[in-house]
Design a protein around this ligand. Structure first.
Ligand SMILES: *Cc1c(COP(=O)(O)O)cnc(C)c1O
Length: 461
């Protein structure tokens, strides 16, 4: 008599039999790829069966045999080979949602990406036929707009910070404990600043730092090349018995000690069309920062990129540092960034998707909500006042009045149905209701939005 364990395991198909199944061969994929998924699927199934038997249970569902396993492998392969990232509708009410790709690009920026996708004059000066710079036009444009002597573009905000601290603070980077900001996915600004080898000196306490703290730290770093670092509290606020040395005072200290003052702003605002409260790059430079670093895809409303703006000497040091080559920005992002910056060059508000989302009036949103509700046959009580946020590490605690459609279904079920649609629509769960915030949805997509929400109407109520 065979052991029950053996009789179960014997039902598992051999790798080659699954590989030869027409369901998989008809995909026409490379053998190594299909084989890896088959081996993993069989191993996972074996582990599941053994786990059940170890607890004296029959595997439930029963052991997957050839048909079921080949189906499972095919589904996995199709998932891997499907387009990603693909477009989704953002109904979360978070304007710059890092999980949803942050700022949506403008039409000109999208066209620029497509235009640069083939061969392009990335580093060719067409007037001379000689080698040019990938930042030939963007560099002076950024410098002028941000009122800086010079500018540089790298892969993202974290790269800009890393490059600045590594190039300018080789001997030590001094940062207040109140500014040890953790950004998304448990990455910490202080650790990123030090990742290029610049040792970090923390000063002060969580709630208060004083001039004497910075002075003592710089005394300890005399004779080495040091920098002061200021990190904008971009995703949290502090209240109560708190105090930081103002940026302008730190700038005076940095000048007196002949060290750089690097300001990590996180979100690079030009001011126009943005609610007040967020410092601008120009304001930081005006207060005496040597260099300001920020992201291209936060309040600037462009693609993922990191921008450094500041003194010509500091930018020169960064540009010539070996890390600059490792962190440089690719042509697709540069094309999108240039188109975005051109929008900011207009004297009126830039009219980028992000700025339109901020500017739209709440009455307009409410009227739109009622129209959508009517088209869906939902009661008008589904239109509710909501609060949207900028997100993406900008303007913490500041909200924008908004309007949401509240799905007439349980939040979890509705969210699942909407995520499975084409395009997927992402909402925000709130008190076991699913809210679809209209401020983060472009009215141009309203027909698509209605089609998405109709899936809900016919499936749930
Ligand atoms: C967002 C942020 C960063 C990182 O920028 P990325 O473009 O996401 O790399 C760094 N510092 C601060 C203060 C930020 O808010």
């Amino acid at each position: 008599m065979t052991h029950p364990r053996e009789s179960h395991l014997r039902k598992l198909p051999k790798v080659d039999r699954v590989l030869e199944h027409p369901r998989l061969t008809e995909l026409g994929l490379r053998h190594e790829l299909t084989r890896r998924v088959v081996v993993d699927a069989i191993a996972a199934e074996r582990a599941r069966v053994l786990a059940a038997l170890a607890q004296d249970r029959e595997p439930d569902p029963p052991v997957a045999e050839l048909e079921a396993l080949s189906e499972r492998v095919r589904a996995q392969l199709e998932r891997w080979l499907s387009v990603h990232p693909r477009p989704v509708l953002n109904g979360t009410g978070v304007l710059l949602h890092t999980n949803l790709g942050r700022a949506p690009l403008s039409e000109p920026a999208r066209a620029a990406v497509v235009g640069a996708a083939g061969t392009c004059d990335l580093e060719l000066d067409l007037s001379t036929g000689k080698r040019g710079s990938r930042l030939a036009l963007l560099r002076p444009l950024l410098a002028a707009l941000f009122e800086a002597e010079d500018a540089l573009v790298v892969n993202n905000g974290a790269a800009a910070l890393l490059l600045a601290c590594t190039a300018l603070g080789r001997g030590g980077v001094v940062l207040s404990r109140g500014q040890h900001v953790e950004i998304g996915d448990s990455f910490r600004v202080a650790e990123m600043a030090a990742a290029g080898g610049a040792p970090l000196t923390a000063v002060g306490s969580t709630n208060r730092s004083h001039m004497r703290d910075y002075e003592a730290a710089l005394d300890g770093l005399a004779n080495v090349e040091a920098a002061l670092l200021w990190v904008h509290q971009s995703n949290f606020t502090q209240a109560g018995f708190v105090g930081e040395v103002p940026l302008a005072k730190l700038a005076a200290l940095a000048r007196g000690r002949d060290v750089a003052l690097i300001a990590d702003l996180g979100s690079g605002s030009l001011g126009l069309g943005i609610p007040t409260g967020e410092p601008t790059v120009a304001a930081y430079l005006e207060q005496g920062a040597t260099l300001v670093t920020f992201s291209g895809d936060k309040l600037l409303g462009g693609p993922q990129a990191g921008i450094l703006a500041g003194s010509a000497a500091a930018i020169h040091r960064c540009r010539r540092h070996p890390l600059a080559r490792a962190l440089r920005c690719g042509k697709l992002a540069l094309a999108a960034l240039h188109a975005t910056v051109i929008a900011h060059a207009q004297a009126s508000a830039p009219g980028l998707p992000l700025h339109n989302m901020i500017a739209v009036g709440v009455d307009q949103l409410r009227a739109r909500g009622l129209r959508l509700c009517e088209a869906l046959g939902w009661p008008s009580s589904c239109v509710r006042d909501s609060r949207a946020t900028i997100g993406g590490g900008s303007l913490p605690g500041q909200e924008l009045a908004s309007v949401a459609l509240v799905a007439p279904a349980k939040a979890h079920a509705a969210a699942m149905i909407l995520r499975a649609g084409e395009p997927p629509l992402i909402g925000r769960a709130h008190d076991n209701e699913l809210w679809i915030d209209l401020r983060t949805l472009d009215s141009i997509d309203d027909d698509t939005l209605l089609a998405c929400l109709r899936r809900l109407g016919s499936t749930v109520t």
